[in-house]
Design a protein around this ligand. Structure first.
Ligand SMILES: Cc1cc2nc3c(=O)[nH]c(=O)nc-3n(C[C@H](O)[C@H](O)[C@H](O)COP(=O)(O)O)c2cc1C
Length: 369
């Protein structure tokens, strides 16, 4: 058990299953809870359910594009579904979306009455330009959050879109409106690819990008919010391993959400992730998320703060007998050569860019100055 105070929801660990079709009704939420996750966010509930298009989920081996729209269950149907979900004794967060503050507040009050433990406002949607514009507008998010906060007693999270010029301004609006926290980030507007023989994009319209490739964007969003706004953050985007969850926490998240990994790799993967986060914390004698939250931020400088030093690599004569020339190919400064199973770095040419270190599969190169 990892102590986590996130929104005072009494979660047994900081890993939450994100909103998506895997949490589309009570039964599937129960299924998500079997992963051992600390909470589940419902698929987004709207007043007008929309028929699904097909196909709606594409995958290229790296990331996922989806054009799935919201829960198929009508608002009133969620009374039954939340009751089923709560029979699993887990924490259930209801995700709601609407076009106006009064409509979203109405939906949030319904979900509170049906037994939801918290609300997540999810107004961004990469498929619909109008919603993306709304989600990137601090005043709109302020109005939505304020209205929901005024009508419910349970905690209110707002899920933020990365498709905005300044995510911190939107997070600040949530705080000023009395929101309890933010989830960052939702999927990102994308086209996964084009079949060049058919001249056909992967799916029929723009969709939301998720999975591993969006993690660096999610990490940067969480870090920049943590550096500028004092509000609890739930990190979302590209988490498929326990280390990713810890990375998000070290950059300021109090909890994390996982979506695509559950869909691509199944329940067992999430069970393992929960166990490995617990083991990692135990091995490091960490009892509470608070002990690691934001720990990496002190090492995250603004560009102006980085000390500029004359940098030359002193890597010389590294024995290397593996059949690989990645470092040589990548060196745009022509500083690396390999002879007689030894990698030589020419200190006159090396400028210390560091790329070879990240590329070396055997972890043999080190930058010293
Ligand atoms: C198929 C699919 C459906 C999704 N549906 C919703 C949704 O209904 N509401 C929502 O807020 N986010 C939705 N998301 C976004 C996820 O909750 C999450 O924010 C995003 O996928 C990034 O996390 P991940 O990389 O772990 O999936 C959906 C994502 C996918 C892949």
């Amino acid at each position: 058990m990892i102590q986590t105070d996130f929104l005072k929801l009494g979660m047994k660990n900081p890993i939450i299953i994100a909103a998506g079709p895997w949490s589309r009704d009570g039964k599937s939420i129960l299924n998500c809870l079997e992963t051992g996750a600390g909470a589940v966010v419902t698929e987004t509930i709207v007043s007008d359910t929309i028929l699904d298009v097909r196909p709606r989920i594409a995958y290229d081996g790296n990331g996922v594009q989806n054009i799935r729209l919201y829960s198929d269950v009508q608002i009133e149907g969620w009374e039954r579904e939340i009751a089923i979900a709560k029979s699993g004794k887990g924490v259930v967060i209801a995700s709601v979306s609407a076009h106006t503050p009064s409509e979203i507040a109405y939906m949030a009050t319904k979900m509170e009455k049906f037994g939801a433990d918290a609300i997540e406002i999810s107004v961004s949607n990469p498929m619909w330009e109008s919603l993306e514009v709304m989600a990137s507008h601090p005043q709109t998010i302020f109005d939505m959050t304020k209205e929901v906060v005024a009508h419910v007693k349970i905690p209110v999270l707002a899920k933020l879109s990365q498709n905005t010029t300044n995510i911190c301004k939107v997070a600040k609006a949530v705080k000023e409106a009395g929101g309890s926290g933010v989830s960052a980030i939702n999927t990102i507007r994308c086209i996964l690819g084009v079949d060049i023989e058919e001249a056909k994009p992967s799916l029929a319209t723009y969709g939301g990008y998720s999975g591993d490739p969006i993690r660096p964007l999610g990490l940067a969003s969480v870090a920049s919010i943590a550096q500028t706004v004092d509000i609890p953050i739930c990190g979302v985007g590209g988490i498929s391993d326990y280390k990713h969850a810890i990375e998000y926490m070290m950059l300021g998240a109090s909890a994390v959400q996982v979506g695509t990994a559950l869909m691509l790799y199944g329940k067992e993967k999430i069970k393992t992730m929960v166990r490995q986060v617990e083991e990692w914390m135990e091995n490091h004698e960490i009892k509470s998320v608070e002990q690691i939250r934001g720990k990496a931020l002190k090492n995250l400088l603004s560009f102006e703060e980085i000390k500029i030093e004359p940098t030359i690599s002193t890597v010389e004569g590294v024995p290397c007998d593996i059949d690989c020339t990645d470092c040589i190919k990548a060196c745009i400064y022509d500083a690396i050569e390999k002879e007689n199973d030894t990698v030589e770095v020419d200190v006159e040419h090396c400028t210390g860019c560091g790329l070879c270190i990240f590329l070396c599969p055997a972890n043999k190169l080190k930058l010293k100055w």
